[in-house]
Design a protein around this ligand. Structure first.
Ligand code: NI
Length: 162
């Protein structure tokens, strides 16, 4: 495993590109997943998407410190949402900022695991937000694009960055 460099908005156009569907579930993918997890944990993040480490593949890792532990999602798609809540978010690629975003309170995602097996996962609350935030990254969308209000002055970054 190796830590990778996190791309920062405005320094790298890669964050604005669409990511490619993963078709090969091989050692190269597993290395990417392992490196992304290490990079996320090292940065105290709750999630990380492959373009944040300069790889244009539809790959996401999330760990919101709940019973799910580390979640690896390849080619994830949101298949159902419920509810709506405006709450603060931050992003490892947009350091020093915190903005509120309107997200569903419950989200079901269909994705593949590292072996290519399809699974579904339903998340509520912070996990639901994190899944939406990370999947947006795969289409070049940053949470600041969707911000309701910039609350950077009011909130300290205390983990929970995606
Ligand atoms: Ni992010």
């Amino acid at each position: 495993m190796a830590k990778r460099k996190i791309t920062i908005l405005d320094q790298d156009e890669i964050l604005r590109k669409h990511c490619r569907v993963v078709t090969k579930f091989d050692g190269r993918l597993w290395e990417l997943l392992d490196d992304m997890a290490e990079t996320m944990y090292d940065a105290n993040g709750a999630g990380l998407a492959a373009p944040q480490v300069s790889v244009l593949k539809r790959v996401v890792v999330i760990d919101v410190n709940d019973d799910h532990g580390l979640i690896e999602m390849i080619n994830p798609e949101i298949i159902a949402t419920e509810g709506s809540e405006i709450a603060p978010e931050s992003c490892l690629s947009v350091p020093g900022r915190c903005c509120t975003v309107d997200r569903p309170t419950k989200v079901t995602v269909r994705a593949q695991d590292r072996n290519g097996e399809t699974f579904e996962i339903t998340g509520e609350g912070f996990l639901a937000k994190a899944m939406c935030h990370e999947i947006d990254h795969l289409d070049g969308v940053l949470y600041v694009d969707k911000m309701v209000e910039d609350v950077s002055d009011r909130y300290r970054m205390v983990g929970g960055q995606d």
